[in-house]
Design a protein around this ligand. Structure first.
Ligand code: GDP
Length: 308
C-alpha cells in the first residue's frame, strides 16, 4: 500500500455510485485519517418504516469494505428474509432492503429520535470501524421532485417505479444548510475531489448550500467526469443535465463547476472536448475514467492526487 506524506488532507464530495468506486482507490493510497467524505442527502426519506440515507450508507459500506459493489446499494452477501416476508404479507417495498442493511437503517432511525443525522452517522461510522470522516451534507430534509411528461414525481418514484423512463423537464429541490463540519472540512483540506457522481442530483445539492462555493473557490479542486461522449456511465444524469439546460457530456458537467474547478479529468476518448473545456477550466487531463477493476480505481486516484 502506497501512502503519501501524512497530513495531506483530502475532502471528497460524493453521491452513491460513481464516487464510491473512486473512493475504493483513494482508500488504498492515503491514510484513512486524511480523508473526509461529504455525502449527498438529497434523496433521503422514510421507506418501510426506516430512514434511508442511501448515499451515506453506500459510503459507509464502501469505507468498511462491506459494500455490494455489483449494485452499489447495501451489503455484499446480505440476505432478504425480512423483505421476502413483507412481500408475502402483501406489503410492497419500494426499496428492496437486505436484512443486515435494514439493521443499520433501523439503528439510524432510532438514533435520529435523539440525534442529528450528522451525529447518527458519526456513531455508525465508529461502530463500523471507519477512521475517515463521513459527513452527511445536511441535517435538514430536502424536498426533491422530478418534473416529467408524466407529471411531478418523487425521486424514487422516477428512479425505481418509472425506471427513469419519463421525459424529464425539470429537477426541483429547495435549499438546505450544511451540517456542522462540512464547511470546515473544505476549509481545512489541501485538495477537494469531486468524484464522478451525478452533477445535478448528487454534487450540485452539496455545492449550492450556503457557504460551500465560497470555500471551494479558496481550495484546489479536481473533478472527474461521470460522462463518456454523450452518455453518463450509468443512471439518468443525461436526462437531468438536459432538463437543466446543460449539454449532456463532460463539457456540460464542468460548466456547473467552472466557478471553482482547477483540474478536470475526462475520459481518453473525450479528447475532442479538451479545447473547449480549456476556455473555462485551467487544467484538463485525459485518463481512463471507467472504474471497473481495483487497478483502474487506484490508477485514477494516484493521477488525481499526484497531479496536485
Ligand atoms: P447515485 O447517488 O446512485 O446517483 O450515484 P452517483 O451520483 O454517485 O453516481 C452516478 C454517476 O456515476 C452517473 O452519472 C455515472 O455516469 C457515474 N459513474 C458510474 N460508474 C462510473 C465509472 O466507472 N466511472 C465514472 N467516471 N463515472 C461513473
Amino acid at each position: 500500500m502506497m501512502h503519501l506524506d501524512s497530513g495531506y488532507m483530502i475532502t471528497v464530495l460524493s453521491g452513491g455510485t460513481g464516487t464510491p468506486k473512486l473512493l475504493q482507490g483513494i482508500k488504498k493510497i492515503i491514510n484513512p485519517e486524511e480523508l473526509t467524505v461529504i455525502v449527498n442527502t438529497l434523496e433521503n426519506n422514510y421507506f418501510s418504516g426506516v430512514y434511508v440515507s442511501a448515499d451515506v450508507d453506500t459510503v459507509l459500506y464502501t469505507l468498511s469494505d462491506l459494500i455490494n459493489d455489483k449494485t452499489w446499494y447495501g451489503l455484499k452477501e446480505d440476505t432478504f428474509i425480512t423483505h421476502e416476508r413483507l412481500e408475502e404479507l402483501g406489503f410492497h417495498e419500494t426499496l428492496r432492503i437486505g436484512d443486515k442493511d435494514r439493521a443499520l437503517k433501523i439503528q439510524k432511525t432510532e438514533l435520529l429520535k435523539e440525534h442529528s443525522l450528522r451525529e447518527a452517522v458519526e456513531i455508525q461510522k465508529n461502530a463500523l470501524g471507519i477512521k475517515s470522516e463521513v459527513l452527511p451534507m445536511s441535517n435538514q430534509q430536502c424536498k426533491v421532485k422530478i418534473d416529467t411528461d408524466k407529471g411531478l414525481m418523487d425521486f424514487h418514484e422516477f428512479l425505481i417505479e418509472d425506471k427513469s423512463q419519463a421525459e424529464v423537464t425539470d429537477v426541483i429541490y429547495g435549499e438546505v444548510n450544511p451540517a456542522e463540519g462540512v464547511i470546515e472540512a473544505i476549509e481545512n483540506s489541501d485538495h477537494v475531489i469531486i468524484g464522478p457522481s451525478n452533477p445535478i442530483t448528487s454534487i450540485n445539492p452539496i455545492i449550492m448550500m450556503p457557504g460551500v462555493k465560497k470555500e471551494l473557490r479558496k481550495s484546489y479542486v479536481t473533478a472527474v467526469s461521470p460522462f463518456i461522449g454523450k452518455s453518463a456511465i450509468s443512471g439518468p444524469a443525461n436526462k437531468f443535465m438536459k432538463a437543466k439546460g446543460y449539454e449532456s457530456n463532460c463539457y456540460g458537467v464542468c460548466q456547473i463547476y467552472e466557478d471553482f474547478l482547477n483540474h478536470y479529468i475526462i475520459n481518453n476518448s473525450d479528447e475532442k472536448y479538451k479545447d473547449i473545456i480549456k476556455e473555462i477550466i485551467p487544467d484538463v487531463s485525459t485518463e481512463n475514467i471507467i472504474l471497473k477493476t481495483m487497478d483502474d480505481k487506484i490508477n485514477l486516484a494516484k493521477k488525481i492526487i499526484n497531479y496536485f
